[in-house]
Design a protein around this ligand. Sequence first.
Ligand SMILES: Nc1ncnc2c1ncn2[C@@H]1O[C@H](COP(=O)(O)OP(=O)(O)OP(=O)(O)O)[C@@H](O)[C@H]1O
Ligand SMILES: [Mg+2]
Length: 286
Amino acid sequence: MKVPPRLQPLIEEGLIDTVVRQLMSGKEAMVYVVRCGDETLCAKIYKEATQRSFRQAVDYTENRKVKNTRQARAMAKGTRFGRQASEAAWQSAEVDALYRLAAAGVRVPTPHNFCDGVLLMELVTDEHGDAAPRLNDVVFTPEEARAHHATLLTEVVRMLCAGVVHGDLSEFNILLGVRDGVVAPVIIDLPQAIDAAGNNHANRMLQRDVANLRNFFGQFAPDLLATDHGLEIWDLYERGLLTPETVLTGQFERKTGPVDVGSVIREIDDARDEEMARRLRQQQGS
Ligand SMILES: Nc1ncnc2c1ncn2[C@@H]1O[C@H](COP(=O)(O)OP(=O)(O)OP(=O)(O)O)[C@@H](O)[C@H]1O
Ligand SMILES: [Mg+2]
């Protein structure tokens, strides 16, 4: 196909040879299948910040680590240099997370390169070598649903042990890949991934990620709907007891001690911010 202008520099630099086809145009990115030597890869082109939804701005920019103080000041002021810096921080967050998670043994697409706002990574494929379906496009037996749910909980734990919370984990951001003949879920779409240790929203994001998994697989195996892994995982993590080998019970005794008013108020503030972001998105028609 005709080379999209954003991929032209990568052709010129010899990082890709040809563009095979467009795979998707999502909220934050356009995704293409490309060839490079005898490899078929996936190229994710990030859209400009202004074309993205407002939600990330509320939830995720907080605590994004920027080492350079001039950059940090410019980002806070929202100057043009600042916007470019936020944009770069956002894009490299996905690359950083991919490298960190791949190293921790989480099944994510292997990153190959990051150049001019384009992420080159492994194309996750099905048994025929075609782009793999999202979980949302697949129907599962109860046994398959239980097995994938368990695998993904272990992945969530492995991510948390590596200090990362996905923050947007759902049936739309997990592909059902086949690698060496083995079918297994592959986690994608990580630009909003957050640092578990330094972010006030980390627990809330984790709870949402885990609840999304339960609710999705619970459609196929209703017994999963009675499980409650999120609070158990966070509790073990906070107490320094969580490892990828930890056996989870799926049950959690909620403590009924004195109420932590500060955290209740933070939750209310968060919910209000989210609602405002939702309304803004509706107004913007996205
Ligand atoms: N490495 C990959 N291998 C195969 N397919 C991929 C890969 N990365 C992305 N895709 C496909 O492209 C789609 C969009 O990718 P991604 O979720 O990363 O971007 P996005 O802009 O956040 O999209 P959305 O708004 O749909 O969430 C995915 O749903 C998936 O179908
Ligand atoms: Mg996505």
